[in-house]
Design a protein around this ligand. Structure first.
Ligand SMILES: Nc1ncnc2c1ncn2[C@@H]1O[C@H](COP(=O)(O)OP(=O)(O)OP(=O)(O)O)[C@@H](O)[C@H]1O
Ligand SMILES: [Mg+2]
Length: 263
């Protein structure tokens, strides 16, 4: 396992264009939360490597920077990444709660960001598929909701494993990540179908890696955003649409080869 060279908390500048996109994404989620409770959000995708862990982390940082008490939970116990991104210990985390009945409050770890806590994946288990029992997860989520404004759950992909499907039963909404230019439409559609037929509340799709795949008119430079000195942005002209079709554009701050933000 390689670890992130710098923690994601240092990498993610509030002034960067990508931070603006995350603020928009979060704002759309807040709007969706006005209609129905939206305190727990699962981030998943059809297949591996579409950007789930990155997006979960950056969305959590964004929520916390807005002053919300936020808990990021690494529910990808097969390929956990959150501990690496935040440079925390993997051990003593979710698996310890679900398998050994450790109190969930005891496994919470603080981060360098105010209001942002993390539950890492925890110890390695040989039988990850047996871990996600909806009742246990549901109990844990309900308890943690009491202490936090937002719970953001990073999860494995939908098509290879059933964990996201089981997790989705216990949470308020699901954001699907699609890697633009790589994930075939039918594959992404199949993942959404799997989730919706299992009564998951799919909120929308976050399009990752868009800069390298979409035509020029989607490029950030074609939007006339008004920056102020504080880095705040005029939020009226964005392309990110409502909660049913949120788009997160790629930032070239991310190394394409993942050199800086690998596990
Ligand atoms: N928009 C982006 N542009 C370029 N690289 C990205 C982008 N988003 C994520 N990455 C990089 O792609 C790699 C995979 O990202 P990440 O780990 O977030 O995906 P994942 O969906 O969680 O993967 P897995 O299914 O293995 O858990 C990482 O090295 C990450 O830094
Ligand atoms: Mg991941």
């Amino acid at each position: 396992m390689t670890r992130a060279r710098i923690p994601i908390t240092e990498f993610f500048s509030q002034e960067s264009p990508i931070a603006t996109e995350y603020r928009r994404l979060f704002q759309n989620l807040c709007k969706a939360g006005e209609k129905a409770e939206l305190k727990s959000i699962l981030i998943t995708s059809a297949v591996t490597g579409e950007g789930k862990s990155t997006i979960s982390s950056l969305l959590s940082i964004t929520a916390a920077r807005k002053g919300n008490r936020t808990l990021l939970i690494d529910c990808d116990i097969r390929r956990p990444a959150i501990h690496g991104l935040f440079q925390l210990e993997r051990r003593y985390g979710l698996v310890d709660v679900l398998l050994d009945g450790e109190p969930s409050k005891d496994v919470i770890k603080k981060t360098a960001i105010d209001h942002l806590d993390v539950i890492t994946a925890g110890k390695v288990t040989p039988h990850p598929s047996e871990l996600f029992n909806t009742r246990t997860i549901d109990g844990m989520i309900q308890e943690l909701k009491f202490y936090y404004d937002y719970l953001i759950l990073d999860s494995p992909p939908v098509i290879p494993v059933s964990d996201p499907m089981l997790l989705a039963q216990a949470i308020d909404g699901v954001l699907m990540v699609v890697k633009a230019g790589e994930t075939a439409r039918q594959v992404a559609q199949r993942a959404v179908n799997i989730m919706t037929t299992n009564r998951a509340n799919v909120l929308g799709v976050v399009l990752n890696n868009a800069r390298n795949s979409l035509p020029y008119y989607y490029d950030y430079s074609n939007y006339h955003y008004n920056y102020s000195q504080t880095g705040d942005v005029n939020d009226n002209g964005g392309k990110t649409s409502g909660s049913s079709n949120s788009q997160q554009k790629n930032s070239n701050k991310f190394p394409r080869d993942g050199k800086h933000l690998t596990r």
